[in-house]
Design a protein around this ligand. Structure first.
Ligand SMILES: N[C@@H](CCC[C@H](N)C(=O)O)C(=O)O
Length: 280
């Protein structure tokens, strides 16, 4: 079967987008997604995203496979790419157009902006989500600045769900973090029953942080939208940063705003088409 696709990237977090509007289940298996994501033997990507028909009154449904074939609940950079992809396949979508996208984390709303930017209403962050590890929990069923022993070091971790799980640690210098060694140890630690995404954060100023990410099911990536949102929430609740904050990732910057009016998190960043192709 030949599969037509379009490759998009958001700050170097790259995805294979598939027009799946004709059926309500993804047209490829997780096993095939792994092959397509392979950077040597396939197309190369951090994940595969499907634009499916909308459910429960939404415009579209988004499903995503990570590059290891696992299925996450949400993807921040991915939903910006999906919004641009939908605009392209629908044709003629004006700036300001907003889509209601059903995801496994609920309905998420991206809005098209000028210059290939997309602003996404990412919804409410959760500090007590199901996938947050109970073994780490202290007061009020939350994990805020709790000690976690990994690689002979005690890390103070804060866990935030943006629909998918994030474990955030504030460090002095992200450049000193051996991500490839530490990342898998966090991801597969027994306290995280659903595995976890892991963010290492260096505060430069209260309105500017640097972030390194190890993604569940994808490893080190150049950017993670849900991770940037979760990290700003973690920084605010630990009194380190402002509610409006720029997050610098290896692939570039995201602007995050955790609104104190409606308590929702808003993310703005780019999403760009790279090429189209046919996987044989
Ligand atoms: N890169 C994404 C997150 C993708 C899902 C993640 N790997 C998970 O398993 O939760 C983003 O931009 O949010």
């Amino acid at each position: 079967m030949s599969i037509y696709f379009t490759k998009y990237q958001g700050l170097g977090n790259d995805f294979i987008l598939i027009d799946n509007r004709h059926q309500i289940t993804p047209i490829i298996t997780p096993e095939l997604a792994v092959l397509m994501c392979d950077r040597n033997f396939g197309i190369g990507a951090d994940g595969v995203i499907f634009a499916l028909p909308g459910e429960n009154g939404s415009d579209y449904t988004m499903r995503i496979y990570n590059s290891d074939g696992s299925e996450p609940e949400m993807c921040g950079n991915g939903i910006r790419c999906l919004a641009q992809f939908i605009a392209e396949i629908e044709g003629d979508a004006p700036i300001g157009k907003t889509y209601q996208i059903q995801t496994l984390a609920g309905v998420i709303c991206p809005r098209l902006e000028a210059d290939e930017q997309v602003t996404v209403d990412m919804g409410y962050p959760q500090l007590k989500a199901q996938e947050i590890p109970t073994t780490l929990v202290s007061a009020d069923n939350q994990v805020i600045n709790e000690p976690l022993e990994i690689a002979q070091t005690t890390w103070l971790v804060t866990c935030v769900s943006m629909g998918n799980p994030h474990c955030i640690t504030f460090v002095e210098d992200v450049a000193a973090i051996p991500l490839a060694t530490l990342g898998p140890k966090f991801e597969h630690h027994t306290v995280f029953p659903s595995r976890t995404n892991t963010e290492f954060i260096q505060v430069i100023r209260p309105d500017y942080i640097k972030m390194l990410v190890w993604e569940r099911g994808a490893g080190a990536t150049l950017a993670c939208g849900t991770g940037a949102c979760a990290s700003v929430v973690a920084g605010v609740i630990t009194n380190k940063i402002d509610r409006k904050c720029t997050v610098e990732l290896p692939g570039g910057c995201l602007n995050i705003h955790w609104s104190d009016t409606d308590q929702r998190v808003y993310m703005t960043g780019p999403a760009k088409k790279v090429f189209t192709g046919c996987y044989l």
